[in-house]
Design a binder for this molecule. Sequence first.
Ligand code: PMP
Length: 398
Amino acid sequence: MSMFEHIQRVPGDAILGLIEAFKNDPRSRKIDLGVGVYRDDKGDTPILPTVKDAERYLVEHETTKSYIGSHGAADYGDLVLSLVFGADSEVLAQQRASLTQSPGGTGALRLAADFLRTNLSPRRIWISDPTWPNHIGIFSAAGIEIKRYPYVDDQNHFVFDLMLEALRQIPEGDIVLLHACCHNPTGYDLSREQWQAVLEVLRERRLLPLIDMAYQGFGHGLDEDAYGVRLLADNLDAMIITFSCSKNFGIYNERTGAFILVAGNKEEMLNIRSQAAITARENYSNPPAHGASVVSHVLGNDALRQQWVSEVTEMRQRIRSLREQLVNALDAHGLRERFSCVLEQNGMFSYLGLSPEQVDYLRDEYGIYMVRSGRASMAGLRSEQVEDMAAALADAVK
Ligand code: PMP
């Protein structure tokens, strides 16, 4: 009898199943709105020209593949910190922020979870309902209790008042996970006034914010999308940020992210930074270097940086334009009001307010694939498919 005999098979990731089903669908007019990667109007996920430039440079000039240390490369750390907080940030001037390079945003979240469990013995983390499903997986795996606060209602409206009311009830010392921008899966983000209200509750209740920032630049702009992060960091003496370069640099498979800690002062920052190094060492020792070298090369070179800002702008504007095209096409079916949410939402995803049965119907009848929550990855749509998509949606909700 094998030692593994008792281990049960579990269902695979729903999104991977969706990718497989889409690939095997013979219909030529099929549409893939499942997976969360950016696509251009040809349906490709290209390598950004600035990333290609940086890679050519690295092939030519890189001299070693030696370890880079548990915090990763220092120049990457400095450049990403100023991208997140802004070059003239007080927090950076006061040396209150520490960055540990991580394997993607997911790796940063796992570092955050392990760091919290080891150093704060936290009781609970409060996460929006709904959220990116892996938030639940990562924090449960690290042994932290998961609690939820409301984010959308049955009618697919952002329920900020209920969210704030729930935050007010959270016991002192608990952790609150917030999405910096482009909330996954709903696309609903906090306004400036709403960030201010959240800040006040965090301060009053002495809660520790953990902000997941996976889409900087995909909402309204690089600085605009950092508004909440910067407001909280300027006004609080403890917070955590998990950052991902996967989307805004299009380097999904290079696993490039950052675990950022903000403390009350430099001394405290150096203390917690030393703990972050141990957390990283005990997980994987050193982060992968290539993606971070690419990011440093692009951000550290004025011309390339400017070009990258235009590339991010182009990705953001394409998604924004698809949202407008789709709602205009739905107008012809008398559905502008029903789908006005699409224009309110930001970033890659749109929560369409569809039932699982309607999602199944779209797949079976029209070859339109999305996760059963009704989250559509807007960048999966090509302009030429917008009319078909609107007609299919009109049929599904009739
Ligand atoms: N947080 C959120 C909200 C995400 O949507 C994602 C990616 N889907 C991540 C974190 C993780 O990103 P990465 O691929 O860099 O691990």
